[in-house]
Design a protein around this ligand. Sequence first.
Ligand code: SF4
Ligand code: SF4
Length: 101
Amino acid sequence: MLNPIPTERFWRRPLDAARVRTTHGQVRILADRCKGCGFCVEYCPRDFLEMAPEFNRKGYHAPRVVDADGCVACNLCEMICPEFAIFALEIDGPAPREVPS
Ligand code: SF4
Ligand code: SF4
């Protein structure tokens, strides 16, 4: 099923907007591998992550999910993490809601 792209934030509507499907992701965090660098939090395009207040086994703050419906499975966090401590899986379901601008 095709999911419509929210276009309220754009000054023009892409010509193929009705055909493009936004993926929906579910993030997995291996907290004890994390070294708390914060790259994933800083660069997630959806602002979907934050640093958790609790410590992992190494004594670092690992990321945690802010909004269960925010991830678009772009895998940027997976690519940027130096410790291979985070990844996203694409799942079936409705597209995530748009992040307010
Ligand atoms: S897969 Fe993309 S949208 Fe999802 S948490 Fe990682 S960087 Fe953010
Ligand atoms: S990029 Fe990796 S090591 Fe850095 S805070 Fe995120 S999960 Fe932890």
